[in-house]
Design a protein around this ligand. Structure first.
Ligand SMILES: [Zn+2]
Length: 216
């Protein structure tokens, strides 16, 4: 689910549309009709367009122990596929920045200038250290895809060795430059999650865990 779609649904109280899948089986105990909406917490998010959301809501659910699985955790939160736990930059923003830097040869300053010019957050900054982290996240995602041989992805990586080469090939793969098929990272991430068992196995999205379990 796109960040904007998730935000609209949460803000307008349409929680059921996000929580539909939990009705059948609670991610914590496996019970039917168990997980109930339990409010939300807020976090900072920079969306794919560079817009800064100071209080982006993430919904939480409480397990009512209707299932058989024992688990010390009682609540869990559900991130949309465009976010990484504890990272304010969205997956879309990370990818867009890396694409401009690696493929178009732009400097960090130019990337930020473009955002400011398009009327978005003037307060936004990215440090070289953060760009390094962005590369690490994306490379981890690529490694997860190659580990499960997703869509024959190895072919598209062209035996790239360095992280930069791998990301560069991956960006081409997403843009459809290699075979005319345009792919969305969020869709890829969700496919991967579903293929690995989805919420029932608390599977990963490509760049992080969607459900975070907590003891209370
Ligand atoms: Zn439960």
């Amino acid at each position: 689910m796109k960040l904007s779609e998730y935000r609209k649904k949460v803000n307008s109280g349409k929680i059921d549309e996000i929580a539909e899948e939990f009705k059948e089986s609670c991610p914590i105990c496996g019970g039917g009709n168990c997980a109930k909406y339990n409010g939300y917490y807020t976090r900072q998010v920079v969306d794919e367009g560079g817009t800064y959301h100071k209080n982006y809501r993430i919904i939480r659910f409480k397990c009512n122990k209707k299932g058989k699985k024992c688990n010390k955790h009682l609540t869990f939160s559900m991130l949309p596929s465009g976010l990484i736990p504890y990272v304010k930059y969205s997956v879309g923003f990370i990818l867009k920045s890396l694409s401009e830097i690696i493929r178009e040869g732009k400097s960090i300053k130019e990337v930020l200038n473009n955002l400011t010019l398009s009327g978005n957050s003037e307060l936004l900054t990215i440090s070289p250290g953060e760009i390094y982290q962005f590369k690490k996240y994306v490379n981890t995602g690529i490694n997860r895809l190659t580990a499960v041989r997703y869509d024959g992805i190895e072919i598209y990586l062209n035996k790239a060795v360095s992280v930069i080469e791998r990301i560069s090939c991956f960006l081409k793969y997403l843009s459809g430059e290699t075979d005319g098929k345009i792919r969305s990272l969020e869709k890829l991430s969700y496919d991967f999650y579903e293929n690995q068992g989805g919420y029932k196995t608390n599977s990963m999205f490509l760049l992080g865990i969607p459900s975070q379990f907590r003891p209370v």
